[in-house]
Ligand binder design. Structure first.
Ligand code: ARG
Length: 572
């Protein structure tokens, strides 16, 4: 696609001898209100260098470029040069890219460099709750975005599968455990054992010693303990994978904390050698007071390692193993301080590449009262939320469209219901806390997933009705662009033009909601076009042009939703 800001910068550069081309390009604005032009150049900062009143500078530029074929019209308004682009040429350059479904929105910024995205990372034998969904869907979207930007992305799930709690779990299982229950409902059952342990230990403190002993044996690789732990891990993973399947989310590996349990000693030694490690009441710490941070705990007084110890080992391993360009951690903002601490330790070890480790934090989700009845006490399971979303969506579809095909309704309800939850998760700026409400998530007319998907299905329906011949012509862009000059058509075209840049921005800011916002904008613009204009007209050329724009809008929506990890059904 033609870079219009660059073209415009070249066109006005002659009037601005003291400015670099890139500076001019950066200063060019896209007015909110398109009656002020498709692009505008503000001159008020130039008074000093040019020793001229800004409106006069603007006037000079406007007069100079008025005849340039790039523009349909150029106006000087106060200190601004407002430029209206020649629509046909612009539209042609946008349509050439937007018509190509496989590539629209992709760029090759990455040059195959490796980016790690670590996301989801639930804890074994603990519920995968609604809070975990954020890490899972934000991370999955960042993976898709970086993939579209031409990076090689490694998707890691840093499972919480290590630590002294597994000693307690083993001990609890030995006392009160039952194999069938674990297999049937692993997480709830194991969680139950863990809770029981904490109740029982109050009156039987010897349980604590037993648990500690079990963990030590686990750490030393004793067969029985290792087998039990492995089995807990496998059963829990099976349950997690059910949720990942529902969301259609994959990982390249599930090596979590336990994977690093034998990779810590060397850097503990290194910390010691470099004189960074301090003893404190039997524990070993790194004092970070100089950086205004609490100390990082490296080993406990009984010698056992911690979450932090494993994260340091993990980062070093990843650098050696993947030589990453970026190593992204999608982890809740509650761990902000913790991430600063361990990253500081890595920096103290002398590893400058720690600057390429990025913590991408996000805020909390809470559920509106009455959103879910809970199966087990107060914890809401993600799987239940997704199932409920699908169920409710099916009801809405049946109500809206009593003739919905019973053969496909379940598949559609799944794509729409799950898509709605994911879309909602990715709608807000990720750092904000928010409240999950069904009315908001499943509103087919609001700024929601179902609304955007519905618009996609509307495009698909227009395309079906247009017939093969028209579509074939439209796909070849064998069209007369003069039919796409109305305001509503051109607003849509401008949004399509911006789409690849939006993907870049979302990647740079680690913010999928920028893509979410943009697909809503495209969907709204298409609906305006659909209502304002007669698309399937008698005039073949006009029809072909408008169907081509429909195809382009469909591609923008579909590829945008795909970057969020959401499907685009052709019928709803
Ligand atoms: N398992 C952790 C939790 O649920 C998240 C892990 C985050 N990743 C990391 N490298 N520390 O809180």
């Amino acid at each position: 696609m033609k870079n219009y800001k660059e073209e415009i910068a070249k066109a006005i550069a002659g009037n601005l001898p003291d400015m670099e081309l890139s500076e001019i390009e950066e200063a060019i604005e896209i007015p909110q209100d398109s009656t002020m032009g498709d692009y505008a150049f503000p001159c008020f900062k130039l008074a000093k260098i040019m020793r001229k009143a800004p409106p006069l500078i603007a006037k000079g530029i406007a007069e100079d470029i008025a005849g340039n074929p790039l523009f349909e019209k150029v106006e000087q308004v106060k200190a601004y040069v407002n430029m209206f682009i020649s629509k046909e040429e612009y539209t042609e350059s946008v349509m050439e890219e937007a018509i190509d479904e496989d590539n629209f929105g992709k760029t090759d910024l990455g040059h195959d460099r490796t980016v790690i995205v670590e996301y989801s990372s639930p804890n074994i034998a603990k519920p995968f709750h609604i809070g975990h969904i954020r890490s899972t869907v934000i991370g999955n979207s960042l993976y898709k975005i970086y993939d579209a930007l031409g990076f090689k992305v490694v998707r890691l799930n840093h499972i919480g599968d290590y630590g002294t709690q597994f000693g307690k779990m083993i001990c609890a299982y030995r006392h009160w455990g039952n194999k069938e229950d674990v297999v049937r409902e692993p997480i709830t059952t194991l969680l139950g054992y863990y809770t029981k342990f904490h109740v029982e230990v109050e009156s039987h403190p010897e349980l604590d010693d037993e648990a500690r002993e079990a963990f030590t044996k686990l750490e030393h690789g004793e067969k029985e303990e290792v087998e039990l732990w492995k089995w807990f891990r496998e059963e829990s993973l099976k349950e997690f994978k059910r949720v990942y399947d529902m969301l259609d989310i994959q990982f390249d590996d599930f090596d979590g904390e336990s994977f690093y349990s034998d990779k810590m000693q060397c850097f503990i030694d290194e910390l010691k050698d470099k004189g960074i490690l301090k003893k404190s009441e039997g524990a070993q710490i790194v004092d970070l007071s100089e950086f205004d941070l609490p100390p990082a705990l490296i080993t406990k007084s009984d010698g056992s390692t911690l979450y932090c110890t494993r994260d340091i080992a993990t980062a070093v391993y990843r650098k050696e193993h993947y030589d990453f360009y970026k190593n992204i951690y999608v982890v809740a903002s509650q761990q902000n301080l913790y991430f600063q601490q361990w990253m500081k330790v890595v920096q103290l070890l002398g590893y400058d590449w720690v600057k390429d480790c990025v913590h991408v934090p996000f805020g909390l989700v809470s559920l509106e009262e009455g959103t879910m009845s809970t199966r087990h006490g107060r914890v809401v399971f993600l799987e239940d939320v997704l199932n409920k979303a699908v169920e409710k969506t099916k009801e809405i579809i049946q109500e809206k469209n009593p003739g919905a095909d019973p053969e496909t309704i379940d598949d559609v309800a799944k794509e729409v219901g799950i898509g709605a939850v994911v879309f909602q998760e990715l709608s807000n700026n990720k750092i904000k806390d928010y409240v999950f409400k069904w009315d908001k998530v499943l509103n087919f007319d609001g700024e929601t997933g179902p609304y955007v998907q519905y618009t996609h299905a509307r495009c698909a329906s227009v395309i079906r009705k247009a017939g093969k011949d028209v579509v074939a012509k439209a796909e070849k862009l064998d069209i007369d662009y003069s039919y796409l000059k109305s305001d509503s058509a051109f607003e849509l075209i401008k949004l399509l033009h911006a789409f690849p840049g939006v993907v870049v921005e979302a990647g740079e800011k680690y913010e999928p909601s920028i893509v979410t916002r943009h697909v809503i904008d495209i969907a709204q613009a298409y609906n305006r076009f659909y209502h304002d204009e007669h698309i399937l007209t008698e005039n073949e050329d006009e029809k072909t042009a408008k169907v081509a724009l429909t195809l382009a809008a469909k591609n923008g929506i579909k590829n945008g939703l795909a970057l969020l990890g959401i499907k685009s059904p052709d019928r709803m």
